[in-house]
Design a protein around this ligand. Structure first.
Ligand code: G3P
Length: 218
């Protein structure tokens, strides 16, 4: 599994997101590797019919109805969104909300990806049995210096933390991943996939870099 978080980068604005989704779907099918896209909120529905799983970048623990501007899990589900990142380091939320959102997404049969910045959080949130824990040290995000090379011990410790929760949660790692060798290293360290943003979205040739990452996962 790898997840491409598009953040709010200009490169995916307007119809560019459709181009990215088509390329991603084609590569995912060819290499039989699951690749999900997390576009900004306003572009979510634009790519739900393009054979790539679509994740929201954020979801709110708020009810349907009079809740202007919030992202509601049940409504995302109704629009064929597969799941959501929760607690991304650029959009942190209280731990009670994390807990309730993991439960709520599970009940809806949606994918939950809880982002954490350290081992203590990995241990804590792995116990909730989300589908994925994604460990991302904030200082390496967008740096071009891969977590798998700069902080390999963090990845291996997170692998153990997730394993000790003794459930079906899988570990992803992210931050600074820009090349196939960074992905390979992450997998060698025991991660089951990666969460990546700038390394792909800001690359000149999306197809080339996604293929490079994908091959490194096999
Ligand atoms: O969600 C992925 C992200 O925070 C890592 O960003 O740009 O370092 O791949 P980047």
């Amino acid at each position: 599994m790898f997840i491409i978080n598009c953040k709010n980068y200009q490169e995916i604005s307007g119809d560019n997101i459709v181009k990215l989704a088509k390329i991603t779907g084609k590569i995912s099918k060819k290499y039989k590797v699951k690749i999900a896209l997390a576009p900004p909120n306003h572009l979510l529905a634009k790519i739900t019919n393009l054979s790539v799983p679509v994740l929201a970048q954020h979801v709110d623990n708020t009810n349907m109805g009079s809740t202007t501007g919030f992202m509601i899990p049940e409504l995302l589900k109704a629009s064929k969104i597969a799941g959501s990142l929760i607690n991304h380091s650029e959009h942190r939320i209280p731990s009670t909300d994390i807990k309730q959102l993991v439960l709520r997404l599970r009940k809806l049969k949606m994918v939950s990806v809880v982002c954490v910045k350290n081992i203590v959080e990995a241990q804590k949130y792995a116990k909730l049995n989300p589908n994925y824990i994604a460990i991302e040290p904030s200082e390496l995000i967008g740096s071009g210096k891969a977590v798998s090379k700069e902080r390999p011990e963090l990845v291996t410790k997170a692998v153990v933390a997730v394993k000790n929760a003794n459930n079906s949660t899988k570990l992803l790692c992210g931050a600074g991943i820009v090349a196939g060798e960074d992905v390979e290293k992450a997998i060698q360290l025991g991660a089951k996939g990666i969460l990546v943003a700038s390394g792909i979205i800001k690359a000149k040739n999306w197809e080339k870099i996604i293929v490079e990452f994908t091959k490194a996962m096999i």
